[in-house]
Design a binder for this molecule. Structure first.
Ligand code: PDD
Length: 283
């Protein structure tokens, strides 16, 4: 049975009842987080908590119990028998239920807090291989730095990629590659690692942050600068990052084959360090 967390309680997922007046349902007025449990700990829990608090603050949701997240996240793993497995936790916090108005309810209502865990089954992408992605104009708003549950542009775009048998949809804005529908993207050009800088046009990924740290520590030159959509043919390596896909090589960008169509050396080095750090932390 899947035990979820709902407004302070642990209960079977199918017993949870959410009001039809919930602003998450009516307006996508809420934020979320996804963290990975790697058989013993949540990967970079601290950064996820910092980002969750930032997202809440940016849309003025006051969740007084925000510091309970770490505790109930661990409890959910335990209650669902996932302690020695790989799992993902999804947390969503909305502004709460109130009669529908475009302005925020006043006085403030209690936020709705929901979290569930599920076992993580790795994608099955073989080492050295990767995914092919499509590239298209970014149709999202300019506050992509907020981990908002308003993901329709992301899901429509990913659906398009999925229908074409591709692994991700990568966006460009003003002619510059920003990120994917649910991932950040990195490029290697002449030995230097490039990724779009932190701004309202990308989500500041927890994995992105750690990959930048790993690359710098490994002596790989790093530039948090965009790559133009017109320069994709010059890219020698590319990979996407997110909490579930971790470091996934990209072997084709639209009509361009990346490098020789397999995972490149810089990508594989970063992939190896990323996984050895997790293994070392697990002990
Ligand atoms: N998505 N950019 C976007 C638009 C994302 O949705 C995500 C993550 C990332 C990578 O962030 P992180 O490395 O912190 O997971 C970048 C999650 C996994 C999701 O929506 O399920």
């Amino acid at each position: 049975m899947n035990i979820a967390y709902f407004n302070g309680n642990f209960l079977p997922k199918d017993e949870i009842k959410i009001s039809p007046d919930d602003r998450g349902f009516l307006f996508a007025d809420g934020i979320y987080e996804v963290m990975k449990w790697t058989s013993g700990f949540f990967y970079d829990l601290e950064s996820h908590i910092i980002r969750m608090k930032r997202s809440l603050k940016e849309i003025s949701i006051n969740w007084p119990e925000e510091d309970t997240f770490s505790g109930f996240a661990h409890k959910l793993i335990e209650l669902n028998g996932l302690s020695d497995k790989q799992a993902l936790i999804y947390l969503q916090v909305t502004r709460g239920a109130a009669p529908r108005t475009h302005y925020f309810p006043g006085p403030e209502v209690t936020p709705t807090v929901y979290a569930f865990v599920r076992e993580f089954i790795p994608s099955g992408i073989l080492p050295g291989t990767g995914i092919r992605v499509m590239v298209k104009e970014d149709i999202r708003w300019s506050r992509c730095d907020i981990k908002s549950v308003a993901l329709l542009p992301n899901t429509l775009s990913f659906q398009e990629a999925h229908q074409k048998g591709l692994g991700e949809c990568i966006f460009f804005r003003n002619g510059l590659i920003t990120e994917g529908s649910h991932s950040n993207i990195f490029f290697v050009v002449d030995g230097t690692l490039f990724t779009y800088p932190e701004s309202g046009y990308i989500l500041s990924g927890v994995t992105r942050k750690n990959i930048l740290r790993i690359a710098r520590q490994a002596g790989i030159p790093v530039k948090e600068e965009p790559i133009s959509v017109n320069d994709l043919a010059t890219v020698q390596e590319a990979f996407i990052t997110n909490t579930s896909a971790e470091v996934t090589p990209v072997t084709a960008l639209g009509s361009h084959t990346v490098g020789n169509g397999t995972a490149g050396a810089v990508t594989m080095l970063i992939h190896k360090i990323f996984h050895s750090e997790i293994a070392a932390q697990r002990g």
